[in-house]
Design a protein around this ligand. Structure first.
Ligand SMILES: NC(=O)c1ccc[n+]([C@@H]2O[C@H](COP(=O)([O-])OP(=O)(O)OC[C@H]3O[C@@H](n4cnc5c(N)ncnc54)[C@H](O)[C@@H]3O)[C@@H](O)[C@H]2O)c1
Ligand SMILES: N[C@H](C(=O)O)[C@H](O)COP(=O)(O)O
Length: 332
C-alpha cells in the first residue's frame, strides 16, 4: 500500500479549499488517497470530512470522508480577497507536509496554489514553493521546476526572476546541472530508461549563427558538449519558436528551456487543464496544479455555480502517487 499524498492548504481565499473538496469527491473510490492540511471550517460541511491525528489514519477514512489534518486560519477567509494574516497558516501547512514526507508518513506533497505577493507582504522571503521546498530540504540551488502534461514536459533553467536577470544568470554550469537533474528524474520518477532531451536556444532562430545573439555558441553549446561527453542523449540548441510544434515534440522526452515563460507558455497553451508542476532535484516528491489561486472565480465550497475545474489538481495527485511508485520500483 502506498502512503497517502499530503495536499496543502494553499491560499485559503483562492480556489484551494474548493479543489480539495472536488478532488476528494473525484478520487474517493479510486484513489490515490490524500489528506488535506487545511482549515475544516472552509469546507462548509459541503462534503464529509474527518479530522485525523496523522497521515497513517488517512487510508481508513478516505472512502467515507476527506481526511483533514487541521491548520487553522487566523483571519476570516473571504473568497477572492487574500489576507496576509493567513500567511502563517499557508506556510505552516507546507512545512508540516514536508515533515510528513521526510518521515515516510506521506508519499509526496501536492501543493495548492499560493499567491506569492501576499506571502511576500507577510515577510516570506521565497519567490515560490520551488525555492521554499529546496530550503526546507537543505538543497538550496538544486531545485528544478518541471511542468509535465500528456503532450509535453518542459524545464526552465532559470525560474522566478525577471527576464533580464534570467539572461544575465544563464551559465553553462546551470544548464548542465538542470539537464542532469532532469535526466535522473525522468529515469527514477517517470520510468524513462534513456531520456531524450531537447535544449532550447535563447535568441531568435537560436542566434542565427551569432547574428542575433551569441549565448548559443558561448553558453548553451558548451553545455550540450559536456552533457554529450557524459553519455546523455541531448539535442540542440533548437530555435525556440518551432521546437514545441506537434511534429517536433515526439522527438524528445523533455525540453530544457532558458527561462520561465519560454517553458510555461507552450505547456499551458497546450494543456492548462492537465499540466502538472513538479519539483525535481529534491529528496522529496512534490507536484502542484499548473494554475494559480484563481481569485477571480473563488467562492464558498459547495456552491452549485462553481467554475472551478479540478483536472490539474487531479493530475498532480495522480502524478505524485505514480512518481512515488516508480521510485520504489512499484509502478503498477
Ligand atoms: N503553484 C502555485 O502556487 C502558483 C502557480 C501559478 C500562479 N500562482 C499564483 O496565483 C496568483 C494568480 O495568478 P494568475 O492570475 O496569473 O493565474 P491563475 O492560474 O490563478 O488564473 C489564470 C486564469 O485561469 C483561471 N483558472 C485558474 N485555475 C483554474 C481552475 N482550476 N479552474 C477554472 N479556471 C481556472 C482563472 O480563473 C484565471 O482566469 C498569483 O499570485 C501567482 O503567483 C501560484
Ligand atoms: N511558475 C509556476 C507557474 O507559473 O505555474 C508557479 O508560479 C508555481 O511556482 P511554485 O511551484 O514555485 O510555487
Amino acid at each position: 500500500m502506498n502512503a497517502p499524498i499530503a495536499l496543502t492548504l494553499g491560499d485559503p481565499a483562492g480556489i484551494g479549499p474548493e479543489l480539495a473538496a472536488l478532488a476528494w469527491t473525484a478520487l474517493r473510490e479510486t484513489g490515490p488517497t490524500f489528506f488535506w492540511l487545511g482549515d475544516p471550517a472552509l469546507l462548509n460541511d459541503a462534503i464529509p470530512f474527518k479530522l485525523i491525528e496523522g497521515p497513517e489514519d488517512a487510508q481508513d477514512v478516505f472512502s467515507d470522508a476527506l481526511p483533514v489534518v487541521p491548520v487553522e486560519c487566523l483571519a476570516p477567509v473571504v473568497p477572492g480577497t487574500p489576507d496576509s494574516r493567513n500567511a502563517s497558516a499557508v506556510i505552516a501547512s507546507i512545512e508540516q507536509a514536508v515533515r510528513y514526507v521526510q518521515s515516510g508518513q506521506a508519499a509526496g506533497i501536492t501543493t495548492n496554489p499560493i499567491a506569492k505577493h501576499i506571502l511576500a507582504s507577510a515577510g516570506f522571503s521565497f519567490p515560490g514553493h520551488t525555492e521554499f521546498l529546496a530550503a526546507l530540504c537543505h538543497c538550496d540551488g538544486q531545485e528544478v521546476m518541471m511542468l509535465a502534461s500528456p503532450h509535453l514536459r518542459v524545464v526552465p533553467v532559470t525560474i522566478h526572476v525577471s527576464l533580464r536577470q534570467a539572461i544575465e544568470s544563464l551559465t553553462t554550469e546551470r544548464i548542465v546541472a538542470v539537464t542532469l537533474a532532469t535526466h535522473k528524474a525522468l529515469q527514477s520518477d517517470f520510468g524513462i530508461t534513456q531520456p531524450r532531451l531537447a535544449i532550447a536556444g535563447l535568441n531568435p532562430h537560436a542566434g542565427e549563427e551569432g547574428m542575433m545573439g551569441t549565448e548559443e555558441k558561448t553558453i548553451i553549446g558548451p553545455a550540450i558538449a559536456i552533457l554529450k561527453s557524459q553519455g546523455l542523449t541531448v539535442m540542440g540548441p533548437f530555435p525556440p519558436d518551432t521546437m514545441f510544434s506537434a511534429t517536433a515534440r515526439p522527438g524528445y522526452d523533455a525540453a530544457i528551456c532558458m527561462y520561465h515563460d519560454q517553458a510555461l507558455i507552450p505547456l499551458k497553451t497546450l494543456d492548462m487543464a492537465e499540466g502538472v508542476n513538479v519539483t525535481i532535484g529534491l529528496p522529496i516528491i512534490r507536484t502542484s496544479p499548473d494554475h494559480g489561486t484563481a481569485f477571480d472565480i473563488a467562492g464558498p465550497v459547495g456552491r452549485s455555480d462553481s467554475q472551478v475545474d479540478p483536472s490539474s489538481l487531479l493530475a498532480a495527485l495522480r502524478l505524485a502517487d505514480s512518481m512515488s511508485r516508480h521510485k520504489k520500483g512499484d509502478n503498477r
